[in-house]
Design a binder for this molecule. Structure first.
Ligand code: HEM
Length: 426
């Protein structure tokens, strides 16, 4: 692993990112329980409140939760500037956000407007604190490399996505009109602008670092995400002021071509990597990158034949691309943080105590077992779209077990940290 460009001494206390990483799989499990309770209609009727609850348990509770934790961890080490008072702000943001997402899901599920209004307040508070802190840390960072520059693009997108989300939610709570014409904008800025561009930014850093590949070509890491941002801005302006479906489709096609560039270069770098050994994190990343390709193909096919495949596109984007990438990312970052923080604690206190290495912290055998579960759940979900009655329960239960095992693997690493830390202190 080459950490050349990192200032590891800036790495924050392990509890700061871990509280986000360990909470995320619990929200994914809650989404599966909701799917189990609601049944097959959840994915058949896009505007069902339960579907909106399911979507945000995954997009906020799982994906954005991990990304907030990753920002608290990665920013100090790659840009030399962390988020202000991270020890306290991370605790505040984690509590407000977890309560806000839980109440948003329950508000959608129960239809209680007062609960949705409380969720609106908690989520607005979360982002009124988190967004300025993150924006300040990114735009005043000491080091200005391509990963940091791309993260700036992702954060601009998050401001827009959250602004639209809060506006839409206030429509659902009766505080304003529900302008459903804003929903495609919200989805585009949230899914492409925030999630996709943030994953690209993190890939610029962690793929060469953890998979020991060559760096991304300079012209790509410098211009790809600003290119996507510019196209998203033009696409949004067209959506608001000039409904020209062929023009919107052309812009969407250009965005897909840029994403295809990222997909092919990432797969090329991974195939050409300098380190021959493979590990589960690499398999998860490769699965996710191919998943992005398929969700893009599904989107272009749906546009070309003018059929409504929105739910299948959303599911393949979230479960075929983002979930495996998050899985692969955490299977490298969490054992590394446990190893790094134990070394920091031990170096001075008890140099003779043996520190477990990263493969002892979460064994490749446990990761591979979960990778198998992930694929089982994915295949059963594809079969569910063919035969919902037969594969509904097997698919949902497989996802529930998959996220439970993912959580147990991460929690196991936390327990190793606590146990060895106790030995240090004794
Ligand atoms: C504070 C944060 C957010 C709030 C308050 C929020 C609120 C909402 C609301 C109220 C809707 C329904 C709109 C309608 O009825 O037309 C919606 C739809 C949606 N949101 Fe969010 N959202 C937030 C963040 C996000 C994020 C970060 C993502 C993705 C990464 C996301 C993805 C989606 C998707 C995909 C839909 C469409 C669901 C469907 O078509 O079934 N949201 N959001």
């Amino acid at each position: 692993m080459n950490f050349g460009s990192l200032s590891l001494n800036q790495s924050p206390d392990i509890s700061i990112p871990l509280r986000f990483f360990i909470t995320a799989p619990l929200f994914a499990m809650a989404a599966m329980v909701l799917w189990l309770i609601t049944g097959p209609p959840l994915l058949q009727e896009r505007w069902l409140p339960q579907t909106l609850a399911f979507t945000h348990l995954m997009t906020l509770g799982f994906i954005t939760m991990i990304m907030i934790g990753a920002m608290f961890q990665l920013l100090p080490v790659i840009s030399g500037r962390g988020l202000f008072a991270a020890r306290y702000t991370s605790l505040l943001i984690h509590s407000l956000f977890s309560a806000g997402v839980a109440l948003l899901a329950y508000g959608f599920f129960s239809g209680h407007q007062s609960i949705m209004q409380t969720a609106l307040i908690l989520l607005s508070l979360t982002f009124v604190i988190f967004l300025p802190l993150l924006t300040h840390a990114l735009f005043t960072s000491i080091a200005s490399n391509d990963a940091v520059r791309s993260m700036r693009v992702a954060v601009v997108s998050l401001w827009i996505a959250i602004g639209l989300g809060v506006w839409l939610l206030s429509g659902h709570t009766g505080m304003t009109y529900l302008l459903r014409n804003n929903t495609p904008l919200h989805i585009a800025w949230a899914a492409i602008g925030w999630v996709n561009i943030m994953i690209i930014s993190i890939a610029y850093q962690v793929i060469p670092m953890f998979e020991v590949t060559h760096d991304y070509p300079k012209v790509i890491s410098r211009w790809l995400t600003p290119g996507i941002l510019s196209l998203l801005i033009i696409w949004s302006a067209l959506h608001i002021w000039l409904q020209q479906p062929w023009l919107s489709f052309t812009l969407a096609l250009l965005i897909c071509l840029l994403l295809l560039t990222f997909i092919s270069i990432t797969l090329h770098l991974q195939i050409q990597r300098k380190k021959f050994s493979t590990d589960t994190s690499l398999y998860f990343w490769v699965t996710g990158i191919i998943g992005l390709f398929f969700s893009m193909l599904l989107y272009l096919y749906a546009q070309a034949v003018n059929s409504d495949l929105d739910t299948a596109i959303g599911m393949s984007f979230i479960f075929g691309f983002v979930v495996p990438v998050m899985n692969g990312m955490l299977y490298k970052i969490v054992p590394f943080l446990v190893w790094l923080n134990l070394n920091r604690k031990l170096a001075f206190n008890k140099p003779r105590i043996k520190i477990p290495n990263m493969l002892e912290i979460i064994s490749n055998k446990r990761c591979m077992a979960q990778f198998g579960l992930y694929w089982l759940a994915l295949v059963l979900t594809i079969l569910y779209f063919v035969k919902p009655d037969w594969f509904f329960y097997p698919a949902v239960i497989a996802w529930l077990i998959n996220f439970a095992v993912f959580w147990l693997n991460l929690f196991g690493a936390v327990m190793i940290y606590i146990r060895v830390s106790r030995v240090v202190r004794s």
